[in-house]
Design a protein around this ligand. Structure first.
Ligand code: PEP
Ligand code: MG
Length: 590
């Protein structure tokens, strides 16, 4: 039966595909397609792991039988019996085989897919005792996964081979049909697992419009809807779903008429894309001859080719925290690893400038992938430069790596979340110290321009101080909106109040642009506002000439710029700014 779910549209486009439900705790399970010739081998891997777990349980049972009831309570024996029963369950086994042979999923993916199917059946059981057996099912799945991991580690070690990729297509065929990921929640680092992956779209129950998960989704250029509340419970494994990333709608089990409509929309989107492609090598100049720099936001050095492909004239924001996330505790990237990553991005941009932002972990980008809940308000906590200054050894390592990489091409160094003069002075002094010690050691390094993010209202209200210490500024409108309006950008419950057109936000943005222009310093916007075509004309009218966004948004923004006349727009922008309801004037202008 067709039904639809509504959430927040975070990455545009339409995808029609099969649902793959992934529990948030299992996103790090390997997901890749196998060759048809590998089917038997994968089934055998599951069988061997299942047998290993069963053997272990049999051994435990024997030990228990030798102990008295005091050391080994009756309940333990009963629990092991249940686990054995579940392991022998034909439905689990047959289902796993079906995912492997029918869909060419690798063994781990097949097992967790079938777990989701059977778990759903347990959820629907009337009997409470049976319902609670779902936890046992999860435990044995975990054990089988662990056994598979041990067996593949042992094999890889024996053969000197590298482990299987977490995600990828390199092992086999393209899927027969697109797959869409359905999860309760995905952290930004979870999503990175899927960056080169198999999914053509995704939907989550929770998340805000400018949460970092949404930002990574946009950078992946796949349609996505977040905050679709109960999607992970209402959608079943393998259901057909349509994700409409423009409207924020997910349609489950669509009827033929709806399908036809969306296939038409997909074709339209493709045509539009094709038309935009033609603008790739056109310079971004307004009708009245104002040149505009369109830069790319990237998360990993591997994103540089997509930035070039989209015609970016440089990188306006490299979010380096993605190098730090999703690692085991205490394993931060060392100087050499960071240097190589930055060098790769710089060389990938082939002489165009690269703006490397120092690490911005914290809030909805915790290093471990999931927030620990110990902060009531992590967005107001030890985040970005605050964290860097509290971990000087880590910060110095990053600064050394950036300055060394700067010997390979033009680099701008950008500092996030500054608000206090003390932080500014400390940061500037540290950069200088690091530069001096590299020089003393005779280590090759390059010159960088130093810039600050304006993303806390306090910063926007003390621009003169910022401009005294920095060569350029970059407006982080995602956080500027969050902190000006006291709206957690990751919380869908207040997403309707997250308003880029709020007069207070526009005032801070306008003043920052105007002050930089007055002092002849460069300023850009690197928040999501820069890639939003409904904001392009207003930002141009306010005097902005440098926009940084996901590569996938560059051509659409360029199209707006080519049609704009800044002479006409500047008067209109001042009217928008002065109005108590800017959105009203914006809509009248359309
Ligand atoms: C911003 O806040 O607008 C920004 C670009 O930084 P981030 O989204 O990484 O916080
Ligand atoms: Mg920010």
């Amino acid at each position: 039966m067709t039904f639809s779910l509504h959430g927040l549209a975070v990455a545009p486009g339409v995808v029609i595909g099969r649902a793959v439900l992934v529990a948030s705790s299992r996103v790090d399970v390997a997901h890749y397609f196998i060759e048809p010739s590998q089917v038997e081998g994968e089934i055998e891997r599951v069988r061997r792991a299942r047998n290993a777990v069963m053997d272990e349980i049999h051994r435990l049972q024997q030990t228990i039988d030798q102990l008295g009831p005091k050391e080994a309570p009756h309940e333990l024996r009963a629990l092991l019996d249940v686990h054995l029963m579940l392991l022998e369950d034909e439905e689990l086994v047959a289902g796993v085989k079906q995912w492997i042979s029918g869909r060419l999923y690798n063994a781990e993916w097949a097992l967790t897919s079938q777990l989701e199917v059977v778990a759903r059946q347990f959820d629907e059981m009337e009997d409470e005792y049976l319902r609670e057996r779902k936890a046992d099912l999860e435990q044995i799945t975990e054990k089988i996964l662990r056994a598979m991991r041990q067996q593949s580690d042992a094999l890889a070690e024996a053969a000197g081979a590298r482990p299987a990729p977490l995600i990828g297509r390199e092992h086999g065929d393209e899927p027969q049909e697109p797959l869409v990921l359905v999860a309760h929640e995905l952290s930004p680092s979870d999503l990175l697992h899927f960056k080169q992956g198999v999914f053509a779209g995704f939907v989550t129950d929770v998340g805000g419009k400018t949460s970092h998960t949404a930002i990574v989704a946009r950078s992946m250029d796949i349609p996505a809807v977040v905050g679709a509340r109960q999607s992970s419970q209402l959608i079943n494994q393998d259901d057909w779903v349509i994700i409409d990333g423009d409207a924020g709608v997910v349609i489950v089990d669509p009827s033929p008429i709806i399908l036809a409509e969306y296939r038409f929309k997909q074709r339209q989107n493709e045509l539009d894309r094709g038309r935009l492609e033609r603008l790739r090598d056109t310079r971004a100049v307004t009708l009245d001859g104002q040149a505009v720099d369109l830069l790319a936001n990237i998360e990993l050095p591997e994103d540089a080719p997509a930035a070039l492909q989209a015609g970016a004239v440089g990188v306006g924001l490299f979010r380096t925290e993605f190098l730090f996330m999703g690692r085991p505790a205490g394993h931060l990237p060392d100087e050499e690893e960071q240097y190589q990553a930055y060098r790769m991005a710089i060389q990938g941009m082939q002489g165009r400038p690269v703006t490397i932002r120092t690490v911005d972990v914290g809030a909805d980008k915790p290093m471990s992938g999931h927030q620990d809940g110990s902060h009531l308000n992590p967005a107001l906590g030890l985040r970005a430069i605050r964290w860097s200054l509290s971990e000087p050894a880590m910060f110095v390592t990053q600064l050394r790596a950036i300055l060394r990489a700067a010997s390979h091409g033009p680099v701008y160094m950008l500092i996030p979340m500054l608000a206090h003069l003390g932080e500014i002075r400390q940061t500037v002094a540290l950069v200088e110290q690091v530069r001096a010690s590299l020089a003393r050691e005779g280590v090759p390094h390059g010159q960088v321009l130093l810039g600050a993010m304006i993303e806390i209202p306090a910063a926007a209200l003390m621009l003169k101080t910022f401009l005294k210490y920095f060569d350029f500024l970059s407006l982080g409108t995602n956080d500027l909106i969050q902190y000006t309006l006291a709206i957690d950008r990751a919380d869908q419950a207040v997403a309707h109040l997250y308003d880029p057109l709020h007069p207070a936000v526009l005032r801070l943005v306008a003043d920052t642009i105007a002050e930089c222009r007055a002092q002849g310093k460069s300023v850009s916007v690197c928040g999501e506002m820069a890639g939003d075509i409904s904001m392009t004309r207003l930002l141009l009218g306010l005097g902005l000439r440098s926009f940084s966004m996901h590569p996938a948004q560059i051509l659409a923004v360029k199209q707006e710029i080519l049609r704009a006349d800044t002479g006409e727009l500047s008067g209109w922008a001042q009217n928008v700014l002065a109005h108590e309801e800017p959105a009203l004037i914006m809509s009248q202008q359309e």
